[in-house]
Design a protein around this ligand. Structure first.
Ligand SMILES: N[C@@H](CCC(=O)N[C@@H](CS)C(=O)NCC(=O)O)C(=O)O
Length: 136
C-alpha cells in the first residue's frame, strides 16, 4: 500500500452530473487525500467544458491525475486506486496451486472483473437509452 508521503498529488477532475461522483465516493471510502478540480457542462449541449481535453484527450470525466499522469475511464481509475489504497477490496486472483493457469482464477476475482467491465460495456448503454427515452 502506498504511504501518503510518497504519493504524488491526486486530483479528481470532476464534472457536474454523474460518473465523477463514483470516484469521489471511492476516494472518500479509501480515505485517500485528494483535491477536486470542478468543470461545468455546456448548458445547451451538456458536453464537458473544453478544458477537460487539456487534462486527457478523451475530454470526458472522471479523470484522475496522479502527479502529472492522467488516468481516464472509470473502471481503470477504480482498479488503480483500489490496488494502491484498498488492496483488501480486490478478491484473491488465483485458486491455491493454480497460479498462472488458464481457469486458475477464483470465481470472486472473475466476478469482480466482469462487473468492472459490465458497468460501462453493457449496463451504461441500457441506462442511457432509458434516461433519454424517459426524459421527454
Ligand atoms: N467510459 C467513460 C465515460 C466517461 C463519460 O462519458 N463521462 C461523461 C460524464 S458522466 C462526460 O464526461 N460527458 C461529457 C461529454 O461527453 O462531453 C468512463 O467510464 O469514465
Amino acid at each position: 500500500m502506498s504511504s501518503e508521503s510518497e504519493t504524488p498529488k491526486i486530483t479528481l477532475h470532476w464534472l457536474e452530473r454523474w460518473r465523477s461522483q463514483r470516484i469521489l465516493w471511492l476516494l472518500e471510502e479509501l480515505n485517500v487525500p485528494y483535491e477536486i478540480k470542478r468543470y461545468k457542462r455546456d448548458p445547451k449541449t451538456s458536453l464537458a467544458a473544453p478544458e477537460l481535453k487539456e487534462v486527457h484527450p478523451l475530454g470526458k470525466s472522471p479523470v484522475v491525475t496522479i502527479g502529472d499522469y492522467a488516468i481516464a475511464e472509470s473502471a481503470l481509475i477504480v482498479e488503480y486506486l483500489s490496488e494502491h489504497f484498498g488492496p483488501a477490496l480486490i478478491p484473491a486472483k488465483w485458486k491455491p496451486g493454480c497460479e498462472g493457469k488458464v481457469r486458475g482464477e477464483t470465481e470472486e476475482y472473475m466476478r469482480y472483473r466482469y462487473y468492472m467491465h459490465y458497468c460501462e460495456g453493457s449496463l451504461m448503454s441500457l441506462m442511457l437509452v432509458s434516461l433519454v427515452s424517459n426524459s421527454s
